[in-house]
Design a binder for this molecule. Sequence first.
Ligand SMILES: [Zn+2]
Length: 123
Amino acid sequence: MHEVSVMSGIVESVLKELEKHQVIRVEEVQLTLGELTYLGEEQLQFAYEIITRDTSLEGSKLVIEPEETELQCVSCGYQGPADKLGAEYRMSMPSLVCPKCKGKVRVLKGQSCRVTSLKVVQE
Ligand SMILES: [Zn+2]
């Protein structure tokens, strides 16, 4: 399960960050999850629960904020959301070509999975 290795990296960096502060307890960890990471929310929640066991993050809540894909076209300058492929199936995937001119694009958003905020109880 890919989610477990991603999540252990995230938890590790949060724990490292917490060491620098006088934190009594962490209530909530907010995670931004880009749709292009293809990571499953349920699997991430599950992995979080297991990985944080016996750490200072145990019992905290993981809040996942999905992030939609945003593209910028190299040829026509289009900037915005991607077209969805396979909307007729249960899983729809963003298409990585320009919705206007089918040109090459740069991905501005949707590729990362990162912690955006922590809700903590401080001393
Ligand atoms: Zn374009």
